[in-house]
Design a protein around this ligand. Structure first.
Ligand code: SAM
Ligand code: SF4
Length: 501
């Protein structure tokens, strides 16, 4: 029996990247690698990068510097994955002599084979081709680590078949990946809620955004694969599924089957054992009436939408190439609230985009006050090399950007707190995700509107849906108390209801 090996992954960025890390960990389990949270005991150290906003290259080089001694002392394999790997490619290998592997956003399924190449042949690898067939999106189901005999090199698949013009190795389905697995195959964080990628890449080319360049063009996964994965997770006890894509609203484009996102939601809603469905991200331009209706028709679809607006100024929205106006955005919000009065709305906004004047910024603040978002992720515009906006000359000064960001965040802070306070005294259905980090007597979970609630309880509640009366609202969370069984008749668990008089 070969020795169990350890992998340590440092992840930067959004849920997509977090989920890529989960997929990598699932995949590596079949290659006898178990996750460790301690880099010092790792045989393989991977830095999973994001380049959407920050100065990511600096972070990567400083992380690589931190792990150099582990290469020297223990011979650990060191790799970089994700957007920066995709962007920098061979440049990274050339600059960092002890780096073994650079693996782009489409190459994840090849990781076990690439690792074997490094382990057995000492090769240094750069794999950053795009895969138009979408093989990289294939299901990687959680599984029990298999019992592995001694690895025989002649059995190891080191196919050198290169699909034309791609520089990608042939991707073979991973053995055993489609067999039902025990709960042991799921990492603790995934046992109550799991992420499922339904599509990758983006065709929108917003003028500020690097995603289409580093994640490639939009590709949807066949619905059969998604349903199989969700069913499998539900059978393992997962209660909530978070569907991921850069623009889930255009799901289905390019697939042979006739399907769109609302239809996919309807099919997932029928999966037995599953209790909740969430998704992100929705592009306002493609938010259809059919999807809005889904919020009232599908009982498992949670009352929360993340609908980034980016700016409230029509001039800036046009320069961003977003494809909607302030008014059309507000109309969609009105429609969502008509169909689903308790819906929570969160969003993303960018301040200081090139050409943003004071009056444009005022339009943004006006939109924020009108919608009253439950929460808002706000960013200073950050130029990305290779995007169209990087060529725009009317850049906004850093100090102005910072001032606008502070003003906006202060306004939103007040709104978020008010929105949380509106829930005081109400009963909410909470899915318990785990023990609270603050107190061992508390558990933590989320309402259907995606708000964090802490309340007294023990480990037996984890994974359960419980009615909780909200007692206190804070800026980032809520405090509550579980409703005793005899009071349950007053609760309509589908929605937030006023306290009984
Ligand atoms: N696909 C999603 C959409 O269109 O709404 C967003 C994906 S992007 C990874 C997440 C957020 O990062 C965006 O909504 C935007 O607010 C922000 N973002 C992207 N590029 C940015 C840039 N160059 N500077 C500042 N923020 C940026
Ligand atoms: Fe980026 Fe725009 Fe695509 Fe979102 S829709 S990923 S912001 S290009």
């Amino acid at each position: 029996m070969p020795m169990q090996k350890r992998v340590y992954i440092e992840t930067y960025g959004c849920q997509m990247n977090e989920h890529d890390t989960e997929r990598i960990l699932r995949l590596l389990e079949s290659s006898n690698y178990l996750e460790t949270k301690d880099a010092q005991e790792a045989d393989f150290i991977l830095i999973n990068t994001c380049s959407v906003r920050e100065k990511p290259e600096h972070k990567v080089y400083s992380a690589l510097g931190r792990y150099k001694w582990l290469k020297e002392k223990r011979g650990a394999i060191i790799g970089v994955a994700g957007c920066v790997a995709q962007q920098e490619g061979n440049k990274l290998l050339n600059r960092v002599p002890y780096l073994d592997m650079v693996i782009g956003t489409h190459a994840i399924p090849m990781l076990p084979q690439l690792l074997q190449k490094i382990e057995f042949f000492g090769q240094r690898i750069c794999e950053t081709g795009f895969d138009p067939e979408g093989n990289y999106l294939k299901t990687i189901l959680p599984q029990k680590p298999p019992v592995v005999g001694s690895i025989r090199l002649d059995k190891v698949n080191l196919s050198t078949h290169q699909p034309e013009g791609l520089g990608l190795l042939e991707v073979h389905p991973e053995p055993g990946l489609s067999t039902p697995a025990s709960k042991a195959g799921l990492r603790a964080a995934e046992r109550v809620k799991s992420y499922v990628t339904i599509m990758q890449g983006c065709d929108h080319f917003c003028s500020y955004c690097i995603v289409p360049y580093v994640r490639g063009r939009e590709q949807s996964r066949p619905s059969r694969e998604i349903i199989e994965e969700v069913r499998h997770l539900a059978e393992m006890g997962v209660k909530e599924i978070f569907l991921l894509g850069q623009n889930v609203n255009s799901y289905g484009k390019g697939l042979e089957e006739e399907i769109n996102f609302p239809k996919l939601l309807r099919r997932i809603n029928e999966i037995e054992g599953l209790q909740r469905i969430r998704f992100t991200t929705s592009h306002p331009k493609d938010l259809s009436e059919e999807l809005i209706q889904a919020f009232s028709k599908l009982p498992k679809l949670c009352e929360h939408i993340h609908l980034p607006f980016q700016s409230g100024s029509d001039k800036i929205l046009k320069a961003m190439h977003r494809g909607y106006t302030k008014d059309s955005y507000l109309e969609k919000i009105d429609r969502l609230k008509e169909v689903c009065p308790f819906i929570a709305v969160t969003s993303d906004v960018i301040v200081g985009f090139p050409g943003e004047e004071e009056k444009d910024f005022e339009e943004t603040l006006d939109l924020i006050r009108k919608v009253r978002f439950d929460d808002l992720f706000s960013f200073k515009y950050s130029p990305r090399k290779g995007t169209r906006a990087d060529q725009f000359t009317d850049k906004v000064e850093e100090k102005v950007k910072q001032d606008r960001l502070s003003i906006l965040q202060e306004i939103q802070k007040g709104i978020t707190l008010q929105k949380n306070q509106e829930l005081e005294g109400r009963v909410e259905e909470v899915l318990v995700e785990g023990l609270s980090k603050q107190s061992e007597k508390d558990v933590t979970g989320r309402t259907r509107s995606n708000k964090i609630v802490n309340f007294k309880g023990d480990v037996n509640l984890v994974g359960k849906l419980v009615p909780v009366r909200i007692t206190n609202a804070y800026p980032h969370s809520l405090r509550g108390e579980i409703i005793p069984a005899q009071d349950l008749s007053i609760c309509n668990l589908r929605s937030v209801i006023p306290r009984k008089a």
